[in-house]
Ligand binder design. Sequence first.
Ligand SMILES: [Zn+2]
Length: 161
Amino acid sequence: MKWSFQALYDGVHPMADDLGRAWPADSPEAAKAGKSLANGMRGILYYITGDLEHYGKSLGLPGYRCGNPCFACPCDRRDMPWFELRKAKALWTHHVYVFATALAGLCALFDLAFVSIVSVCPDWLHNKKLGTNAFFTDRCCGCLCMKFSQQARLQRLRWRK
Ligand SMILES: [Zn+2]
């Protein structure tokens, strides 16, 4: 994947395969090597997304059960608690990782110059407290159900007339 994303970023067909071996001289890959991939267009790995298990197992990021569960800062349970949100006491806010320095060596994708901590999209379904979302969803669904059921009742009444 790292080789593919690098080629996409460079916008040219690679000069060698993913193991660094030069293409055989008479191969189609050798004929295309160094030429534009898509008429000068380039691509970039914009988001890495998945659930927390994927982050831990595939990307080497901290697991949600360990003492330092956050991949974006060195927060923990005792000295720099992630649940401390008061502005003066939330120490972890002063230590949020900026680029891939903290991620170096975890996964080959983090070696790419254009991949950083901000490329990892938090898994909101597992990280966010559902309190406000649950309330909002409940209210919206409730309103929609009431509205549609009321409309359906009115429509049935009109049918009978
Ligand atoms: Zn954090």
